[in-house]
Design a protein around this ligand. Sequence first.
Ligand code: ADP
Length: 262
Amino acid sequence: RPAAAPRPESKNRVDLPGVRHIVAVASGKGGVGKSTTAANLALALAGLGLRIGLLDADIYGPSVPKLFGLGGRRPELRDGRIIVPIEVFGIRVMSIGFLVDEEAPMIWRGPMVMSAVTQLLRDVDWGELDILVVDMPPGTGDAQLTLAQAVPLAGAVVVSTPQDLALIDARRGVAMFEKVDVPILGIVENMSYFVCPNCGSRHDIFAHGGARDEAARLGVPFLGEIPLTMAIREGSDGGRPIVIDAPDGPHAVVYREIATLV
Ligand code: ADP
């Protein structure tokens, strides 16, 4: 991979000397499956023998505690200040959800978002990592932009569902990263299609293929199609993402393929 683009000087700038590459998983809007994709991608990358960390920077709705069955867990502190990420399924994870009450509504203003996220980057002892996957807050506003400038991102994966409206947001996401010279590693189409468990027939609920077309239009790689399935949802809600829960199943294979493309 080419070296990350130089960043403008910023007071939020964070250096992570032990981390070789930082990859953002982003989406133009919430609910498209960004966190599910980030978690399974991180696990699939670890399956390739890489040392992986996952930072849940989605402070509006942190999902790592739930995705990994770590609700109520608190990370240990070293010297009263340095946060030790929690090891789970062979990766190191950290989430703002470990530090605040998950049920409490969080009202964040832009600058607070930034300081929370930079603190998560700065105060966590990630150790030596090949890749730190960052589950970004959804959207393409100031907070996302500042985060993209705070750390040297090796690239960004943009997750979208196939609907036109989601694709417009995905396009905004791509444009935002391009504006700050972060390479787009590709677009993933989540909830791409549905296969009926009873009759086996396939249904393109939100239409299908829109993200592939959009990627072609934007001249960025298309990374893969993830179907809408009960298994993925149940794995996520049950604290065992599908790459761990059914490692030889068809869905884990898709995430592993995406991992090799990233
Ligand atoms: P985001 O991070 O974009 O807000 P999440 O990853 O939290 O989205 O996903 C939103 C909801 O959709 C979760 O309940 C998750 O389990 C579910 N989900 C995500 N991707 C899929 C999929 N491919 N099939 C079924 N359910 C999914």
